[in-house]
Ligand binder design. Sequence first.
Ligand code: HAS
Ligand code: CU
Length: 581
Amino acid sequence: MSIEIAADTLPSDLPLSATDRAAAGMRRLMLAFLVTGFSALLVGATIGPLQALNYDGVNAYPALRPILQSYYQGLTIHGVMNGYVFTFFVTCGLLVYLPAREMGVAPNMAMWRACFAVMAAGALCVLYAMGDNSSSVLWTFYPPLKGSPFFYIGITLLALGSTMPLPILLEMRAAWRRHRPGEITPLVTYMSLTTMLMWGLAGVGVVAELVLQLDPWSLGLIGTVDPIINRTLFWLTGHPIVYFWLMPAYVSWYGLLSRQVGGKLISDPMARITFALLMIFSLPVGTHHQFSDPGFSSIWRGILVVLTMSVATPSLVTAFTIGLSLEYAGRLRGGKGWFGWFAALPWADPSVTAQLLAAITFILGGATGIVNGSWQLNAIVHNTTFIPGHFHVTVGSVTAMTFMAISFWMVPHLTGRRLVSRRLALFSAWTWFIGMTLFAIGMTWAGLYGVPRRAWVSALPHDTYHALYGMASVPLALVAAGGVLLWVASYAFFAVFFGTILFGRRTAPPPIPFARSFGGPASYSIDSPPNPARAASPLIRALDHVWLLTGITALATIAAYIPILWPFLHHVTRAPGWILW
Ligand code: HAS
Ligand code: CU
């Protein structure tokens, strides 16, 4: 049963009452999600630059024994901690906390705590399995590489836990609707709900892979697995996961950033259309990660190109909608001319700066994504460093920097402590941006010379390394320089993040900067009067039928995957496990 709490528009120093206690409990739990997530990033980001140095021929791993045995162990820890643990914790906190405050409805705290506990148990299991070097299977854990049961069970728990915000959101939305019948879902809640519905459906792939195959296989209950079926099930979830990383960042860009820069979101409907399209197109395109795998017809690969361009479209819409919202704010602030509005944005605010810089890097991330998604070009870049180049200017910048940006206002909001240093926060954002850009340019460029991804190239004899990769020495030097800058940036960030929690000076907690959109209500919260201006257009009303969107997505996914999986199920390969490290 949900209880109502003070919406964020109310002053946060109201006398203690049952509702305030609920709000305090929410703040504590949200902080726990943030701290756990960023602690995972601390581990992952500490290891990352070693991989950058590896590409420049610097082999740091022998010096790190017995902590790290190999490049592959380090790469697995890096991918799993950053890609799963960091993102899942921050997202599962944000996508409950923000809607709760937007609607003024308390979440089901027991369920939210259970979400935290299940994911924490999963994180401990994978940490154990990666730490003892029994599971250096990389973040994609493709069989027949075989890790320990702790690894697969840990990932299973992380995956299951990460879907638990979905029932919490549904329950909160139902409580809100009882008070405001006929109104459409508030924007941040809508974006959070479509993200979680998408992720709930997407999770079916990897949970099936783990529960039916990898968990029993690692426990010795079954002897063999089929690599191609497992890869296909993995990418059924593994492509949508990139949108599970992107959409929470978009929640901030659409739902908060335009307020932070002093303007308005220029179109609420565009935000909703973007999320609806991302939800529908995310799932059927998973096999664009398998352009080079056997067993897919040319016709399907052609369709896949079209579908991949379709999933890029909502991001192009975002570029224009967010771009125009920023321009509106910049001109309000006195910016003139073609780019004066951009310079006039509040660059002294670290939360704004980190998000603007993240958006700029995403231009490169989007362009490389479109190269990846084009079948013929994919053949050139697949399995080269071009791919990690691409995903460091997506998840490594858009997601990571936006989450950092959120923490710059949210930690003061949750703890009532002022940022220990805005200058250091700004420094971390700029250094991360420069480091990630150099790294990504270096990796994409080196990929065009055919430098393989996921390769311990620095372990090669010196002459062999130079004979093979000497022609890519300039881009690989950029990779190393970017990696070192990222080290500096991440420690500057962690000094601000943990420093604020521990030592920040007391201040009045800032409110959540919920954006207003043109024609939108002053507040969606349950205690503000219903707003007739929300008599929304037929399109927005149609998009509010989230179960209809879910049904369409499920049907599209079934239509995409049955024809793929059917022949695989009739030609099963039985592979025993391999441990190559
Ligand atoms: Fe991707 C591989 C295709 C987006 C992450 N991707 C990966 C992998 C990861 C990843 C982790 O088709 C590697 C997985 C592995 O280990 O093997 N990706 C795409 C496409 C998009 C895309 C078409 N990817 C992402 C996002 C990610 C992510 C987002 C994480 C968050 N990707 C692929 C393909 C592969 C792949 C293939 C397989 C490659 C292979 O062969 O292995 C699109 O969604 C991108 C659309 C984006 C845009 C950019 C819009 C720009 C915006 C910023 C505007 C700026 C503003 C600021 C407003 C069209 C929104 C104002 C600025 C001024 C200067 C005024
Ligand atoms: Cu993908």
